[in-house]
Write a protein that binds this ligand. Sequence first.
Ligand code: FAD
Length: 305
Amino acid sequence: MDGDVRKSTLEMLTFAKRLGEPTAVFVGEAAQGEAAAATLGEYGAEKVLVASDPAYSEFLVAPQAELLANLIETRQPAGVLVPATADGREIAARAAVRTGSGIITDASDIAEGFVATQSVFAGSYTVAGRVTKGTPIVAVKPNSVSPEAAAGAGAVETVDFAPSDASKTARVVSVEEKPQSGRPQLNEAAIVVSGGRGTAGDFSQVEALADALGAAVGASRAAVDAGWYPHANQVGQTGKTVSPQLYVAAGISGAIQHRAGMQTSKNIVAINKDDEAPIFELADYGVVGDLFQVLPQATEAVNAR
Ligand code: FAD
């Protein structure tokens, strides 16, 4: 909506390109759509549908869901991929209801035939599922794939669709910009450095490594419950689900509820002074040691590069 092309959109294109000829939908001003189309084309979009009705920014997600349902009905795509963000999930779910389609949420991979991989029951099982009714709609977790450049025509087509009054029932009253930490959003970040009870409330070394790596900061529930870090940063079953390229867990034991939110990360590094901490069963790399010694050394090494 702000005209920027998000990384998660490029990830959807990368998956879509593997399945067929992607069409991207851009919601925002027409001029911004033209600019965005160039980028979207570089990641495989053959067509970019630009929808510019003011209702998309004036109201909460219902008009966008109506737009998506209309595009599904009029264009009959083989399937629809949506980033599994808070808004993306809601738009996908509403569009699924409107079109009588099945939906799969929080997928971490998509294969031929829109077969989606999903981690369920707090990560105890990985299932492959396929929608059997209507147009497959799949909400895919951000960071499930690295965006890959691919040639696409990026041809702009204006969508002339006016959302109904019925969809305009929840208006955006104000938008408050959060104070910028300068760090990427937790569920979109390629790298996440998280701290747990082992930090004893001092997140300075976790933040220092995060900043050296350009990473987001995460926290275990123990750290959040203790009031050391905001709930918005909690990773896990009752927090956010992240799937970064690199997840660093410092002073986190690796309880199942924490794992549920990070175990699909591509590379997991654990720093823990207890060599029997369960997080080491999951970690690709483990450092047994005091995080207050290990993190500064890691930060120094990263900064020296
Ligand atoms: P602990 O389990 O106490 O582990 C701290 C670790 O730090 C230990 O392994 C210790 O060896 C290590 N350590 C201590 N000092 C140092 C040091 N100086 N250097 C290095 N290592 C050190 N948890 C979540 O995280 N996210 C959730 O969303 C979540 N949802 C939950 C939902 C439910 C319904 C329930 C019941 C629980 C949930 N939990 C969740 C809580 C979860 O069960 C654990 O209690 C929690 O994850 C533990 O956090 P922790 O690993 O930081 O703390």
